[in-house]
Design a protein around this ligand. Structure first.
Ligand code: PLP
Length: 399
């Protein structure tokens, strides 16, 4: 992996060569990197020409264990052989075990887990529970947030209505607090507020760490007015900060926590975890899903948590996160933000340019809503030598 190379894509968004093949029937809604992935192993992708690409993006933070992880692969194969699916209409040990493991892993006093399929669906259900439990109709979110594309999750995503929301109205009233503005909290969060939903580290925004003082102030105001605090840890959870969840990292307890992405290492799954009080408000029929909590998803969740523990990956996330920050402020990188292995490298010129140049050197990084942030979401199995490759490549780029 060295030097520049040509890149290809089925639907390139510019930059390198754009091979635009015959119509492929896929809805043309995604901008794609000029890269066609054929296979992957560890932290490496192999493109359709057989060249290796170092993956520092992990499929939007999903591939936490990297690719071809033996424990995860074996767990899925075993589950596929024994029983690939039964819904929540029957009890399954693999589901109960996944819920128990997830709550233990969280080190937080949660009493209920509702498994679903995607981050948006987890947030949709968290908001539903909050509105119903409090019998209120107002939700507060934070400027810069992204919570997903369903009706309720999209309603609390910053800028969605102008850009892509697509529904004629939001299902409840929403107001947004400027990031980190603790003084504005009491104006927005009132006795009419059902919930505050917040990404403790905003992912799509560019790895923006909202910080303990702001999150603590949100917790205090929610307690004061009887609103529920929801942490959206779809991107920053399951070890990405170097702690089980950002709630541990900041020492702030939410009433509900949603998570996905790294949770299944690529098998689609998500979870909504609830405090004892919230869990007690549910009864049969309050929530539902067909695929959520399916045995394959639960086998994947169990394998991810087991690997994080057995391979001491939280320690590694902390070490490698610090190593990136220590070594990669070079070339066009002027600083960093974020937490653990949710890293935003601040750039002196458009991050998209740097992303394209890195890809030509065989390194895949992400970008963010902030055009001057290169976003890294690498697998937790990353090693120092991989970071050295990034540092060396960045050094060669113009500042
Ligand atoms: C913080 C956050 N919440 C929610 C979502 C939506 O998750 P999904 O795409 O699985 O619906 C995302 C996806 O990027 C996210 O980063």
């Amino acid at each position: 992996m060295s030097g520049k190379r040509q890149t290809t894509s089925a639907r390139s968004t510019g930059g390198a060569e754009s091979a635009s093949p015959a119509h492929d029937f896929l809805a043309p809604v995604f901008a794609q990197y000029p890269l066609e992935v054929a296979s992957a192993q560890g932290v490496w992708l192999t493109n359709s020409r057989g060249e290796r690409v170092l993956d520092l993006y992990g499929g939007h933070a999903v591939a936490a264990l990297g690719y071809g992880h033996p424990g995860w692969t074996a767990a899925l194969a075993r589950q596929a052989e024994s029983c690939q699916f039964q819904s929540n209409a029957v009890a399954m040990r693999v589901r109960a075990r996944a819920a128990r493991r997830l709550v233990r892993f969280s080190r937080l006093p949660f009493a209920g887990v509702f498994f679903v399929n995607s981050g948006a669906e987890a947030n949709e259900n968290a908001l539903r529970v909050a509105l119903r439990t409090t019998a209120r109709a107002h939700v507060v979110a934070i400027e810069g947030s992204f919570h997903g594309r369903t009706a309720a999750a999209g309603a609390v995503s910053w800028g969605a209505q102008a850009k892509w929301y697509g529904f004629p109205r939001t299902p409840f009233d929403v107001s947004f607090i400027p990031r980190g503005d603790s003084a504005a909290i009491s104006t927005h969060v009132t006795r009419d507020t059902a919930a505050v939903i917040v990404e403790p580290v905003q992912g799509l925004a560019g790895a923006v760490d909202l910080g303990a003082p702001f999150l603590t102030a949100l917790r205090a105001r929610c307690d004061e007015v009887g609103a529920l605090l929801i942490f959206d840890e779809v991107q920053c959870g399951v070890g990405r900060t170097g702690e089980p969840f950002a709630a541990n990292f900041y020492g702030v307890r939410p009433d509900m926590l949603t998570t996905a992405k790294a949770l299944g290492n690529g098998f689609p799954c998500a979870a909504l975890m609830m405090s004892p009080l919230v869990a007690a408000s549910l009864k049969t029929g309050s929530l539902g899903t067909t695929y959520g909590g399916g045995p394959m998803a639960c086998a994947a969740i169990g394998a991810v948590i087991a690997a994080i523990k057995e391979q001491r990956l939280l320690e590694r996330v902390r070490r490698l996160g610090a190593y990136i920050r220590r070594t990669c402020v070079v070339g066009p990188v002027s600083g960093y933000q974020g937490a653990g292995l949710l890293v935003g490298l601040r750039t002196t010129r458009p991050a998209k340019e740097i992303q394209a140049e890195l890809l030509e050197c065989g390194i895949l990084a992400g970008t963010a809503d902030d055009p001057q942030v290169l976003r890294l979401l690498p697998p937790f199995i990353l090693e120092e030598e991989h970071v050295d490759m990034l540092r060396d490549a960045l050094r060669e780029l113009s500042a």
